[in-house]
Ligand binder design. Sequence first.
Ligand code: ZN
Length: 72
Amino acid sequence: MTADAKIQHTALKHSQKGQTSEFVIQCPVCKMLQTINIENNSMAPTRKFTQIGNRIFHDCSNIKPCRLYRIT
Ligand SMILES: [Zn+2]
């Protein structure tokens, strides 16, 4: 497991059932930052990011999963 994947896994795991957690997501490719919500291990739908399994990918790249930083 890479460091990025580990951060992601932890972030998704920490979102409790029935609770929405706010995260900042950063694309490792273009460095774009965006605030997203995660509820029940699922990311709230956004235009620029896609969740695949427990990883989230920016629409500029489907190779590297984005990093998540918990802010709430
Ligand atoms: Zn990107």
